[in-house]
Design a protein around this ligand. Sequence first.
Ligand code: ADP
Ligand code: ASP
Ligand code: MG
Length: 814
Amino acid sequence: MIVSKFGGTSVGSAKNIQKVLQIIANKKKKTVVVVSAMGGVTNLLLEAARIAENGKKGYLLIIEKIQQIHTDLIDKLLNDSNQKNCEVFLMVQIEALKDTLNGVYLLKDLPGKSAAKIASTGEILSSFLIYNFMKQESLDIDFKDSRDIIRTNNAYLNAELNYDETYHNIKRFFEENTSKVVILPGFIASDAQNETTTLGRGGSDYTASIIASAIEADLLEIWTDVSGMYTANPRLVKQARPIEHISYQEAMELSHFGAKVIYPPTIQPVLDKEIPILVKNTLSPQENGTTISKNVNGNHTTVKGISHIDDIALLTLEGNGMIGVPGISKRLFEALFLKNINIKFITQASSEHSICIAIDNKEANLAKEAVDQQFEYEIIQHKVNPLLIEKDLAIIALVGDNMKSHQGISGKMFSELGDNNVNIRAIAQGSTEKNISAVIAAKDVKKALNTLHAAFFEDHIKQINLFIVGIGNVGKKLIEQIHQQKEFLLSNQHLVLRIIAISNSKLMLFDENGIDLTNWESKLKAKGVKSDLNAFYDRIIELNLRNSVFVDNTASDKVPNYYAKYLKQSISVVACNKIACSSSYANYKNLKFLSKKYHTPYLFETNVGAGLPIIDTLNNLIASGDQIIKIQAVLSGSLNFIFNNFNAENSFYDVVKMAGTEGYTEPDPRIDLSGVDVMRKILILLRESGQEIELNEIENESFLPPGSLQAKSVDDFMISLEQETQHFEKLRINANKKKCQLKYVAEYEQGKAKVGLQLIDANHPFYNLDGKDNIVLFFSNRYKDQPLIIKGAGAGADVTAMGIFGDIIRTGNK
Ligand code: ADP
Ligand code: ASP
Ligand code: MG
C-alpha cells in the first residue's frame, strides 16, 4: 500500500485537483489519499476566529469568501447530480461554522475546543469534495473521516496522539476495507469525548505518516508545490535545488529548523518502520523529487541543506552567582516548561556564567515573567540578573549527517557570515553534530541563506551585487562591459555580476533581481525615481545583499561622503572619483582603516592613469618591502592630449574644446588645466607609498595666465582661453625653438612634490608620449638606476571603465 498526501496548493484549484486525479488513477497499488484544506483556507478560518474573538462582525465576510472558494470548486469539478449533494454538504458545514464563530463573537473568547472545530472545516470540506469528484471520475474510492480513527488527547490545537488506540483503529479499518483508494482529511482527529482536535499547523503530513506507519505502507508520498526538499527554502534562495536523497535524521533536522515542506513530527512514525518518504511536486510530477530513507548511499556532500526559523527571541540568563551552582538550568527549563514554552535552541558558556535560549518571539514576555519569578530570590541578592530578552532574531542552521567528520565547516560558516556583515548572536552545535545553528538578526536571514548557499552548494560561483552611481561616459561603458562579459566571467571566473541599482544625478532605478542590461536606459527613464544619495544608501541597506559593491563613477564631492558609511556595513567601495583619496589625509586614512577593520575592499585604481595598473603595482612594491625614492610622471591624459595636438593649425582654445567633447577632460576642464587633477594624482601615489602628505604641500606653478586662473565659471574660463591665445602661442613657439615638447609633469624626490609644465627634450622618455598616454617612472630601492616604467592610455571612458571593472572583480577575491 501507498499513502499519498496532497498539500494545500495541490488541492487549491480545480486544475490542480485534476492533476491529483491523474496521479492517483495511475497508481497500481492500493492508495490511501490524505488531503489538506485548499491552500489558504486554514489561515482564513483562524483569521475569522481571531476577528470574532475581538468582538468584530468582520468574520462573516471571511466565511463568505470561504464559501465562495468551495462553491467555485463544486461548479468547476462536479456534474449536476453531484453538485446538489455537495452544495448541501457545504451549506451544512458553513452553518455549523457560523454557529461556532457566533459563539466566539458573543463571548469574546476563543477556547481551544472551538478553534479546533473552526480550523477543521477546511479539511472536512476539501476531502469531501475531492472524494465526490474522484468517485464521479470512476475511481474505486471510499471516504473515511480521520476523526473516527485518529485519537488524541484534548490539547485541541496541537493534540498528542494516542498511539495504541489510533494504530488499532487504523489497522482494523484497512483490514476490512476493499476499495482501491481511500481518501481521508488530514490534520484533524478527535479526543476521547469525540471532540474535534487538530495535529498542529501543517499537520496533514503527520496524519499521512501515522496511517503509513500503522498499515506498514511501502511508501509515504508527500505531494506539495515544490519538487522535493531543497538545499534551502526555494522562495528565499533562487539557486536552491532539490536534494535527491536524504536520511531521516537530516530531514528531521531540516524540518525542525524551519524547512516547512515537511511538518517535523512526520518523520518519526515512518522512521520507526523504515518506510521511505518521497517528496514530489503535484504541479510537475515528472521530476524526481526527494527520497528520505534510512540509507543514504553514494557521494554524499557534507552539508545537505540550510534552513532557518523566523520570529525568534533570545533569552539570556546571566549572573556571577550561577557558576558552579547545581540546578540553575533545571529551574530555568522547568519555569519555561510549566508555561508550555517550546525551546528551539540552547547554548551555555563553558564558564556557566550564562545560558542562552531561543524561543518564539510571541512567548518572550511570558518567558520573562516566568523566569524572573523563578529566580526572584537570586535576583534580589544580585546573584542572577533579570532575564535579558532580545527580539526580532532568527535561527539559521546547516544540516548534514557527515558534518561531524569534517573539520572547518563551522569556521567557513562563520567567516562567510562575518564577511557579509551578518552579526552572530549565539551559536549551537547539536550534540549529534548533525547541525550547526546560529542566531542572527531577522533582517539578515535572506542574505545569510544566500551567502551560505553560495559557499556550500554553488560550485564556487560568486555573485557580486553592484550599486552604480554615475552613468555618464564612464558609467555607460562600464555597464556595456559588464553586459558583454557575462558569459566569460561565469565560465572562466565563476563570477556573476548583477547590477542592482543605477543612478545619475536625476534618476535612480533599483531591481532586486538585477537590472536587465539590454534596455537599462529606457527602464531608467520609465521606472526611475528621483535620485537621492540618502535614499540610495537606505535602500542598499534594506536590500541587505551579500557581496555588495558601491561604485562611484562621478566626479561629485558629495558621493564620497558616503564611502565610510558603506565600508562600515561591509559594502565594498570602488571609485574612479578621486575626491576622497585626495581630501584631507585624516579622511583618506580613515577610509583605509575602515576598509581593513571591516575586511571590505576600498579600491580606486582608476584614480591614477585610468585603467593602467599603477596603484596596484605600487601597492605590490610597498607590500614586498620596497621603498619609493623618486617618482616622475605624466599623469594627465587630458593635458597630454591637449599639448600633443596644440600646433600652428589648432589654437589652444580649439584643442581644449576638442578634449572636452572626446571625454578626455574632467567635466570642469579647469580641474585639469589648473594642474589640480595632477596634484591629486601624485598626492594619491605618495599616500599609497606611505607618506603622510596634504594637497597644499605640493608645489604647483601654473602655466595659465591670471585671467584664466580667476575665471568664475566653465564658460568664463573657455572665453579666457580664447582671449589669451597669445599667451599660449608664446609657450608653444618657445618649445618649438628649443626642439622640445611641452609636457605637464609631476615629480617627487627627497620629500618634495611638484607639478608643472616642462620643456622635454628628445632624449627624455617623456618626449615620445603619444595622444592621451600617461607614463610613470618609479625609482625605488629595487629599481634604483633603471626605473620601473608604466606607460599607456591614461584617459578615456573605455580604459577607465576597464580599470573599474578590474577593481570590481578584485572585490570578489577579498
Ligand atoms: P503543503 O501545503 O503542500 O503542505 P507547505 O507550504 O506546507 O506545502 O510546504 C511547501 C513549502 O515549503 C514550499 O513552497 C517552500 O516555500 C517551503 N520550504 C521551506 N524550506 C524548504 C526546503 N528546504 N525545501 C523545499 N521547500 C521548502
Ligand atoms: N490545513 C492545515 C494547515 O494549513 C494542515 C496542513 O495543511 O497540513 O496548517
Ligand atoms: Mg505543509
